[in-house]
Design a protein around this ligand. Structure first.
Ligand code: AMP
Ligand code: MG
Length: 409
């Protein structure tokens, strides 16, 4: 049994970020949500695009007004009005000002903005009651970004702020990593689909659905291969096909030590190297991780128990999928939380207990999911957003004490 951290390190070492040259595709900005840039973006426009006003007021020449004050105001002639979106029609000559609004382009000859609160307007005259600072309230062209320099680097995850940046720079065609294809295969003679009539003794294949949701949520393309019976030849063919066609295989079931657990043997027969066979973790001890000399495919043999399957995915598969997708810096999110219940474990394996994290006065609190914490209880896994961790060697984190909790997103 490998310690959890060691298993995590081995998995991440096995994963190579997809080669950007061979594994990128072009998407429109509309479809860029959640994608990862494969190529650094360089914009063609400065930002701001041109000198503009940060306030409503008057665009003036600093030299005209630098000495004015409430005691000795200066009056200028307002020769034009510039709203956001207007192109200035005239240039400002000495003794002149332009009425200007936030975001509007600065006219030639102006180099400072006097806010309207410091002025009195009468007809086409404006009296300036306070001298601005040089360049005051002018947003200079290129002050925030210069065209041709890197705007967003490769590896950046595109969500709202990045998408805003790309929109403003009019970068609408983006090279992003392709989504990794992840096959999902449920092994077990006892399994039926949610649509099939359930005969006595059978079990519904929830893993197929849970894992497909998990994969999609982590930027992958789920390739649902369905249910495969515990028959070595059929299973071998299904696994052989899967490893040829996808980046990652997630199979559930058949990795324990039961009479019908064939997965490890089949992987070895197919030329796989088994890097991990079990991890000192609860739930989720039987975890197989394999690679193949002739296929660029990472194989996770995950326990069939639905709770174990999801915990294994959150703890071990998620970092691998993130790295594979181009996000080299992804780390699981751990937070400190005060537990509202006693958290109990056996002490031999790193134990993950599911429940809810809440922010109370800026501090996290952890509430254990109600009901049984046997790994057979799938029902109380719903609404989980945190897994409290009890380290090896520890049997109790008492109510009111601090626990380390993994955030599930
Ligand atoms: P296994 O790892 O194959 O020994 O399965 C452990 C337990 O998980 C058994 O009770 C299985 O019936 C159940 N199980 C296995 N695969 C699935 C699945 N795809 N969906 C739901 N339960 C499953
Ligand atoms: Mg089974």
């Amino acid at each position: 049994m490998l310690p959890v951290n060691e298993a995590e390190r081995i998995i991440l070492d096995l994963v190579q970020v997809l080669d950007a040259e061979k594994n990128s595709e072009i998407v429109n900005l509309e479809n860029a949500q959640g994608r990862i840039l494969a190529k650094t973006v360089k914009g063609k426009l400065d930002f701001p695009h041109w000198d503009n006003s940060a306030m409503d007021g008057y665009a003036v020449s600093y030299a005209d007004v630098k000495d004015c004050s409430e005691a000795s105001p200066i009056t200028l002639k307002v020769v034009t009005e510039i709203a956001a979106g207007d192109r200035p029609k005239t240039k400002i000559k000495p003794g002149q000002a332009a009425r200007i609004f936030t975001g509007a382009m600065l006219p030639e000859g102006a180099d400072a903005i006097v806010i309207q609160e410091n002025t009195i307007r009468e007809g086409d005259q404006v009296t300036i009651l306070a001298a601005p600072h040089p360049q005051e309230f002018v947003r200079h062209q290129g002050a925030f970004y210069q065209a041709g320099t890197p705007l967003l680097e490769a590896g950046v995850n595109l969500v709202a702020p990045e998408i805003a940046v790309l929109a403003t720079a009019q970068c609408t065609q983006l090279s992003v990593y392709r989504r990794p294809r992840v096959a999902i295969l449920s092994t077990g003679d006892e399994l039926v689909t949610p649509e099939q009539t359930l005969l006595p003794g059978q079990i519904v294949d929830s893993n197929q659905y849970a894992l497909a949701s998990f994969v999609a949520n982590n930027g992958g393309i789920p390739v649902k291969l369905g249910i495969v019976p515990d028959q070595p030849e059929i299973l071998k063919n299904a696994i052989a096909e899967a490893i040829e066609s996808v980046d990652v295989v997630l199979s559930t079931g058949g990795v324990s030590v039961g009479d019908y657990d064939y997965v490890d043997r089949i992987l070895a027969e197919l030329g796989g190297t088994l890097h991990i066979r079990s991890v000192a973790v609860k739930p989720g001890k039987p975890l197989t991780v394999a690679t193949f000399a002739n296929h660029n495919c990472l194989y996770f043999g995950i326990p069939g128990n639905p709770v174990s399957a999801l915990v294994s995915c959150w703890r071990f598969v998620q970092p691998a999928l993130k790295k594979l997708s181009g996000n080299n810096n992804y780390q699981p999110h751990f937070v400190k939380a005060i537990t509202r219940h006693d958290l109990k474990a056996g002490g031999k394996r790193e134990t993950y207990l599911w429940g809810q994290l809440h922010l109370v006065d800026g501090e996290y609190e952890f509430t254990l999911a109600g009901g049984s914490h046997s790994s057979g209880n799938l029902i109380n896994l719903a609404q989980t957003n945190g897994l409290a961790i009890i380290p090896v060697g520890q049997k109790l984190i008492a109510e009111g004490e601090e626990a380390r909790v993994m955030l599930i997103d």
